[in-house]
Design a protein around this ligand. Structure first.
Ligand code: ZN
Length: 159
């Protein structure tokens, strides 16, 4: 079920909606291969009908599986929109589309979640990435056997 609100239900009082929006409904077009949505979107919202608009306020929560841009480690990132607010005009040029007296909030959830996706996901803020620390690298380099270079490979061929 998409996240829809019937305008008739709003005529006398506010409507509180709590539930989960399945990933299939959300149909996220995730352009970033580093991020995958791994849970339904949990919502807990209150909808109020103003004179010529809908006011939606509440919380959205979703779990993301991200790949760290530095060390490529996968990690889970909880995305919380704690003060999510939507103001949807019911009249005028910017009016929200109404279908069978209902307004579909799904596109707005999708849009606002995407905006909150981490731009450069990091497993932790100070992730050092794939490279080991400078001190360590030096020690390892001392002990390690010299790698065969292209020249030594060429020499082997000559023999
Ligand atoms: Zn990392």
């Amino acid at each position: 079920m998409p996240l829809k609100i019937n305008l008739h239900h709003l005529e006398t009082r506010n409507v509180v909606l709590r539930g989960e929006l399945p990933l299939a409904e959300l149909d996220l077009d995730v352009r970033d291969e580093m991020i995958h949505v791994v849970s339904p979107v949990e919502y807990d919202i209150e909808i109020e009908k103003l004179d010529d608009a809908l006011l939606v306020q509440g919380e959205l929560h979703v779990e993301l599986e991200c790949e760290c841009v530095r060390c490529l480690k996968k990690f889970t990132h909880a995305l919380d929109l704690e003060n999510w607010t939507l103001h949807l005009p019911l009249a005028g040029d910017d009016a929200v589309s109404i279908d069978n007296d209902s307004v579909d909030l799904t596109p707005f959830v999708r849009e606002d979640m995407l905006l909150e996706f981490p731009q450069h996901p990091l497993c932790r803020p100070d992730c050092g990435g794939l490279k080991t620390k400078p001190g360590k690298t030096a020690k390892i380099a001392d002990k390690a056997e010299p790698k065969p270079s292209a020249w030594t490979e060429l020499n082997k061929l000559k023999l």
